[in-house]
Design a protein around this ligand. Structure first.
Ligand SMILES: NC(=O)c1ccc[n+]([C@@H]2O[C@H](COP(=O)([O-])OP(=O)(O)OC[C@H]3O[C@@H](n4cnc5c(N)ncnc54)[C@H](O)[C@@H]3O)[C@@H](O)[C@H]2O)c1
Ligand SMILES: O=P(O)(O)OC[C@H]1O[C@H](O[C@H]2[C@H](O)[C@@H](O)[C@@H](O)O[C@@H]2CO)[C@H](O)[C@@H](O)[C@@H]1O
Ligand SMILES: [Mn+2]
Length: 440
């Protein structure tokens, strides 16, 4: 295979060292000659690059690594763009989480009003990136997008740039499947899922291992323990993740047909989530005090001592998944993945233009969807409500319509009434000055 050029958009992300390590650890089957980091915050990116350079030196010194804030330098002739931007960074994530909570609604990065607010910030910066990539990159490039809220970003980009060579992805199902492999004592690569939904809003309908359904065993485990299991998990040991993994048990006890994505807790257990949340200290604070601090403390230590500790970041499902997918786009029989794609009949009961998360086969020809067929009324109803909320938001952002955005907030299952929706929206508009399109 021709060695590739990969550009990481959001080079200053806390995930960049792990993603770079994941890229280079596949160098024998997926050779990469150059990695470029692109960010609008040069200071943050340059700091993270200190660690990235050590990762490159340790894993593939012949690979060229550069940082830039210039889109032409970043995207010129690139083969892959791995996008992981966080518009407004953790300061704005904190607002997304805390403002709804102050009004008694779920406060979360990608779900409920917080996710809608984050979507309003991210749509147009992502359009800019798509346009710059289209202008400069190898015409056969692929953009693999992690930037959240992936459901809203995917919907908006499909509407605004329908021909863009972008695949929107999420690592949550992969992380859940890694946990399933621990529960079943099998290799994660042998897990084959059946799944449908929107991003952060879906269900596993079967799990196959070497041609055999292991779904009943898994359902029994989740009914007793949620997704918790006694094999240590390097990524989900923090109390909030343990709680989230445990909540799958309650959801299964009530709706036992399918195994839920962990994010369904925000819609099906909304009031419990609100009651258990601390509006003064949310997940954004945990991440700033945890993943971000650990990385930036390591950077500060490196500046003082010149030595670096590989344990200060994680590769995990996040790094592995995006690189596996990129490699699959370059190989026949690349693999089967859960991806966020335009429905177009794959889930029979949902609109053609919904961006659904379903199994897909990936190869140099791109993405081929698996047909899911009909889905039961309860799941269809939930998805339709969430899709309507996200669609109103996208239309509101594009049209600059206050009313459409208010409809999006009011339709969301995490919100009790349009009075609550309006109070949250008005505070969000103030907090997001300079980030959101103007609404009238
Ligand atoms: N889809 C998934 O399953 C998944 C999983 C993990 C993380 N994520 C997403 O990845 C992103 C990064 O997360 P993080 O916690 O590392 O955030 P982070 O704040 O550490 O890094 C994000 C970087 O993006 C940069 N950025 C912001 N706007 C930009 C723009 N217009 N162009 C280029 N760079 C820009 C910021 O300056 C920052 O350096 C977030 O959107 C997060 O939600 C998604
Ligand atoms: O609260 P965070 O920032 O730690 O994580 C939010 C993301 O959670 C899911 O992804 C990963 C996460 O990136 C990783 O650090 C780890 O904790 O495992 C999670 C599940 O694999 C989610 O898919 C993302 O969309 C969120 O941004
Ligand atoms: Mn995700």
């Amino acid at each position: 295979m021709e060695p590739k050029i990969i550009t990481i958009a959001g080079g200053g992300s806390t995930y960049t060292p792990g993603v770079v390590k994941a890229i280079l650890s596949k160098k024998d089957t997926f050779p990469v000659k150059e990695i470029r980091a692109y960010d609008i915050d040069a200071g943050r990116q340059d700091d993270v690059a200190i660690i990235v350079r050590e990762v490159v030196k340790a894993n593939c010194p012949e690979c060229v690594f550069t940082t830039t804030t210039d889109p032409e330098v970043a995207f010129r002739d690139t083969d892959f763009v791995f996008a992981q931007i966080r518009v407004g960074k953790y300061a704005m994530r904190e607002q997304d989480e805390k403002i709804p909570l102050r009004h008694g609604a779920v406060g979360q990065e990608t779900c409920g009003c917080g996710g809608l607010a984050y979507g309003m910030r991210t749509i147009f910066p992502m359009v800019e990136i798509l346009d710059m990539v289209e202008k400069y990159a190898n015409p056969n490039h692929w953009i693999l997008n992690y930037s959240n809220p992936a459901a809203i970003v995917a919907l908006a980009l499909k509407k605004l740039r329908p021909n863009a060579r972008i695949i929107n992805i999420c690592d949550m199902p992969v992380a859940i499947m890694n946990g399933m492999a621990d529960i079943l004592h099998c290799d994660p690569h042998d897990i084959v899922p059946d799944y449908f939904g929107l991003n952060h809003f879906g269900w596993f309908t079967d799990i196959w291992v070497n041609g055999e359904s292991r779904f009943d065993e898994l359902k029994k485990h989740v009914l007793e323990h949620g997704y918790l299991c006694d094999v240590p998990d390097e990524q989900h040991w923090e109390p909030s993740w343990v709680h989230t993994y445990g909540n799958a048990k309650t959801i299964m006890q009530r709706f036992g047909d399918y195994l839920p994505n962990t994010y369904l807790q925000y819609y099906l257990l909304s009031q419990d989530i609100v009651d258990e949340s601390n509006p003064d200290h949310t997940r954004a604070n945990e991440v700033m005090e945890g993943r971000e601090k650990t990385l930036f403390d390591a950077i500060a230590r490196y500046k003082e001592t010149g030595s670096y500790d590989d344990g200060m970041f994680v590769v995990g499902a996040h790094g592995t998944f995006i690189v596996d997918l990129a490699e699959s786009l370059c190989r026949e029989n690349g693999g089967r993945y859960l991806l966020i794609v335009k429905n177009e009949g794959a889930v029979a009961d949902l609109p053609d233009d919904a961006m659904v998360e379903i199994p897909c086969y990936v190869s140099p020809r791109g993405v081929e969807k698996v047909s899911v067929g009909h889905i039961p009324t309860f799941y269809k109803g939930m998805i339709e409500q969430q899709y309507a909320s996200e669609k109103c938001l996208v239309e509101g952002a594009i049209e600059g319509s206050y009313q459409k955005v208010l409809m999006a907030f009011s339709l969301n299952k995490t919100v009790k009434s349009s009075t609550q929706a309006q109070a949250i929206l008005d505070e969000m508009i103030d907090a997001n000055k300079g980030y959101w399109p103007e609404l009238a």
